[in-house]
Write a protein that binds this ligand. Structure first.
Ligand code: C2E
Ligand code: CA
Ligand code: CA
Length: 896
């Protein structure tokens, strides 16, 4: 069916008749061909006449020799009565004809020209032959009458024989014989007989030419069709859409395309004769493919047609074909084999695989994506249940990645993610599978690993490696990573809960200051819901007026004059009361509210500062996220203008966090702010990274030495004074101011003054207060230090009655808190500092001390001698009650 359609397609439109017409047969050889096909056909016909001159020449030579032998006496006579003369002429003519035929191509003769020339040759040869015949006949009277008849007859026969292949030659021959017969034959009957015989040869020649021309044309048509078919096959096979195949009855290949051979990297001939089924592979991973292979085997042996059967080639490469085939039978119903087409599915399958790969892998990093990681986790948990082993899950989040994206652009961000993926993979190694969930979140599934020590060290290495600086397109970028870890119990954990737990753990890790790892704990659940409630509340805090700004004085170290205030935001939550900025600022940074809150604080603080004398400065904290916002300089300029505050009065406090997204944008912001004229302070100095390098690069006016160095620096055991000294020296050399933060005691105050800090900020000069109180302070111009002499022992809150002996007078007092060094006492009678007092605590006995400070009905008493707290009723010690200062707000919260 396919074959016949194909045959029709290649077209045998000009179907040739079985015979050519008589006139065509007569003229075909001497007429110029009117089609290339006829031209080719004429050429083959002329080829049949190639040796005619040789044959005739040979005949003429025999006649010449015979003539020489039998008529030797007349050999020297140069006249036509001598047969040797026309015979010699004939021989010359033959040679000329032979040369002509030989060199016809060189002479540019077309086939019909050759036949035309041959006709002339036959005519001339005939004429000469008649002369020769007549001469021989004349001489033959002498002795051998049969001899010339024999030679002449033989010559005529040979000529007729040669001419029979071409009707025009036959016709010329006929004419020559007729003339010859008339000239020589004594009886008209003999002449008529000769002419009749020749006429029959002509008729025979025409009949032969008719079939031959027709057959030639038919063969040409078939050849053309075959060539066309081959071209189609070639074009189809070369188009890459498929190839043909054919087997014989035994199932061995009888046609092999180049494409099929290419799949086996061999020559098509090498595959000929091989069993077709040998080329197909049965080793295949897919059940479906095995099925298909069986189907094909069945169809081949049952001699059934088949279509689109997918099989895998038995080649080293992963090649798949779709095969269709039809059994071929001859007209008697005998099976000849199979013929069909094959299509290469390899590319198609590859693109299918690519699509499925894209669906499972992250295109940026090549790591498994969320969907595949989920599968991996499910599988790991199933395995864990079966093998009674655990399974751990790491959730990894990059810290400050958004900064990089914002400041350097997405291409750098993408390159960074790729490098991060590489590092994660190399750290994770065989421990587990890393994947990317999207954005800057990664996940790792660690099957069978529940050893906490191992997980901990792995998490630490992971964070360390990710936090090493990256160089991307000439930028040096640093980021960090936080890791949340959840461990699944064999058989009991489900993937969802494990993911949620690791998410909570990650959140805790971030809250713990980033760059940390955290294991999941049950308590995190309530914290998480707390956090989302808080986040929601914070969104509305500005609009509801729950935020306000408090101002903490900063004092000049030399004369205790007020230098300015630091604006510190406060949140008064309607239900939870006051919430520390240390808690809600990171939350605001995380949920994208810091920009709004930050601008609001700046605006509020500037509005407040506008009411102060022009000499009093205002310091405002800028989060790194705010700083890296390209519009920050404009915002600052606008707010300064709006509130009418001189730029020199504004000091922006930034931390080293801004340098983590270091780049042109950071430098640009620095210079824009400097252009505006605001002062810049480096906050929390000493807690960050490689601060010294940053200090030299950025145009800071001030360094704020972090509280952790300042507090307790005066204690003999502390080595912080050396650090403070170094910082002050450095700042002096860079012509920068220094502010010691968190100064609480007189000892520390004394020390930082000694060390040369130019400004001081801390509770000793006052906590952050509202605007009104700040204005009152400004009015005073100087601020008096007010605090303990030195760092106190941890205090215990208590409510105890005691009898106090104050300047000889006894009073009932209440103890609010107590430590080994002193106590906070509530007393209705005012006392002045430095008064000696003896306390008689109920159930403990007398303790002596000096009043260090007094305010309203309270005073602080410093014991003269160490007071062992064990003398009080036993009280549960808190784990973290070591030598430390508790932040004010904690005390306040606990008290509330
Ligand atoms: P910071 O910028 O280092 O601010 C100083 C913090 O130390 C303030 O805590 C202040 O009340 C406290 N402090 C000052 N003197 C003493 C002292 O003698 N002893 C002790 N124990 N603490 C002292 P606060 O107000 O809780 O703020 C905490 C942090 O929250 C700030 O640290 C700052 O990083 C951030 N913050 C506060 N307000 C803002 C703001 O408006 N914007 C931004 N971006 N961050 C803010
Ligand atoms: Ca600050
Ligand atoms: Ca600070």
């Amino acid at each position: 069916m396919r074959r016949s359609r194909f045959a029709r397609a290649v077209g045998s439109s000009n179907e040739a008749p079985d015979r050519a017409s008589i006139s065509e047969a007569l003229w075909f050889d001497i007429r110029s061909a009117d089609s290339p096909g006829d031209d080719a056909l004429s050429a083959t016909r002329v080829a049949a006449l190639d040796h005619c001159a040789v044959l005739l020449g040979f005949t003429h030579l025999v006649a010449w020799i015979a003539s020489l032998v039998f008529h030797r006496d007349s050999a020297t006579t140069l006249a036509f009565s001598n047969p040797l003369v026309p015979l010699s002429g004939l021989l010359l003519l033959d040679v000329a004809a032979m040369v002509g035929i030989r060199c016809r191509d060189g002479l540019g003769l077309r086939p019909h020209h050759v036949v035309q020339a041959l006709c002339l040759y036959f005519a001339m040869a005939g004429t000469l032959w008649i002369f020769a015949g007549s001469a021989m006949a004349a001489q033959s009277h002498a002795g051998h009458p049969s001899m010339p008849i024999l030679v002449l007859g033989g010559g005529v026969m040979i000529a007729a024989l040669v001419a029979v292949t071409s009707p025009p030659l036959s016709a010329v021959n006929l004419v020559m014989i007729a003339i010859g017969a008339m000239a020589m034959a004594q009886s008209p009957v003999a002449a008529a007989g000769a002419a009749l015989l020749s006429l029959m040869t002509l008729a025979y020649s025409i009949a032969g030419a008719r079939t031959m021309i027709a057959a030639g044309r038919q063969r040409q048509n078939l050849d053309a069709e075959a060539r066309k078919a081959l071209t189609f096959v070639d074009e189809f096979e070369n188009s890459g859409r498929g190839w043909f195949w054919e087997t014989n009855a035994e199932g061995t290949l009888s046609y092999v395309s180049q494409q099929l051979a290419d799949d086996f990297e061999c020559d098509p001939k090498a595959l000929l004769g091989r069993q077709f089924t040998d080329l197909l592979s049965v080793e295949t991973e897919a059940e479906r493919a095995v099925e298909q292979h069986k189907t094909l085997g069945f169809h081949l042996s049952a001699r059934f047609p088949f279509a689109d059967v997918v099989v895998r080639a038995a080649s080293d490469r992963d090649i798949h074909w779709s095969l269709s085939g039809n059994p071929v039978f001859d007209e008697r119903g005998r099976f000849l084999g199979f013929r069909g087409i094959g299509t290469d599915l390899t590319e198609q399958r590859r693109s299918e695989q690519e699509i499925s790969r894209l669906a499972r892998f992250d295109s940026l990093t090549g790591l498994p994506n969320r969907a595949l990681m989920r599968k991996t986790l499910d599988e790991a948990l199933r395995n864990a249940a079966r093998r009674q082993k655990g399974c751990a899950l790491f959730l990894i989040d990059l810290d400050r990645f958004k900064n990089v994206n914002d400041t350097h652009g997405h291409p750098v961000g993408d390159a960074l993610l790729r490098q991060v993926a590489e590092r994660l993979k190399s750290v994770m190694g065989d421990h587990g599978q890393v994947g990317r969930l999207g954005g800057d979140e990664f996940m790792a599934v660690l099957p069978g690993n529940v050893d906490v020590g191992m997980l901990e060290s792995l998490a630490r290495t992971l964070i360390e490696q990710v936090s090493r600086p990256y160089t991307i397109e000439g930028h040096r970028v640093s980021i960090g990573a936080s890791v949340g870890i959840a461990i699944g119990d064999p058989g009991r954990s489900c993937a969802d809960s494990l993911v949620r737990n690791s998410d909570l753990a990650l959140y805790a890790a971030k809250a713990a200051g980033r760059g940390k790892h955290c294991f999941y704990e049950a308590a995190m659940h309530s914290e998480a819901s707390d956090r989302s409630v808080l986040e929601n509340d914070l969104r509305q805090a500005i609009d509801r007026g729950e935020l306000h700004v408090a101002y903490q004085p900063i004092v000049l170290a030399a004369g205790e004059e007020l230098s300015g205030f630091e604006a510190l935001v406060r949140w008064n939550h309607p239900v939870r009361g006051s919430i520390s900025p240390a808690l809600f600022i990171p939350l605001a940074e995380e949920c994208g509210m810091i920009g709004r809150i930050g601008s609001w604080v700046l605006d509020t603080a500037l509005a407040e500062a506008a009411q102060w004398p022009d000499t009093v400065r205002i310091a405002v904290n800028l989060s790194p996220i705010q700083f890296n916002d390209p519009t920050i300089a404009n915002t600052v300029a606008e707010l300064l203008k709006k509130n009418g505050v001189r730029a020199e009065r504004l000091e922006l406090e930034i931390t080293e966090g801004v340098f983590l997204a270091e780049g042109d944008a950071t430098d640009e912001t620095f210079s824009r702010l400097k252009e505006i004229g605001v002062r810049l302070a480096l906050d929390d100095f000493g807690t960050g990274y490689s601060s010294l390098g940053y200090l030299k690069k950025a145009p800071f006016d001030k360094i704020k030495i972090d509280q952790s160095f300042v507090r307790g620096a005066a204690s003999v055991t502390s080595r912080n004074s050396a650090i403070i000294r170094a910082i002050v020296t450095l700042a002096d050399s860079l012509k920068m101011d220094t502010t010691a933060e968190g100064v609480e005691t007189h000892d520390d105050l004394h020390l930082v003054r000694e060390l040369g800090c130019s400004q001081i900020q801390g509770y000793i000069f006052g906590r952050a207060v509202d605007g009104e109180a700040a204005r009152a302070m400004i009015h005073e111009a100087t601020v008096d230090p007010n605090g303990f002499q030195c760092v106190r022992e941890a205090r215990h809150r208590l409510m105890r009655r005691a009898i106090a002996l104050i300047e000889g007078e006894t009073r009932e007092v209440k103890l609010r808190n107590i430590s080994a060094m002193g106590a906070l006492v509530e007393c209705t009678r005012p006392v002045s500092p430095d008064t000696q007092i003896t306390l008689d605590i109920v159930g403990v006995g007398p303790v002596v001390g000096t009043v260090r400070w007094a305010h309203k009905d309270r005073f602080g008493l410093q014991f003269t001698e160490f007071f062992p707290l064990s003398r009080l009723a036993p009280k549960k010690q808190k784990r973290n009650d070591a030598m430390m200062m508790r932040p004010y707000y904690l005390d306040q919260r606990e008290a509330g």
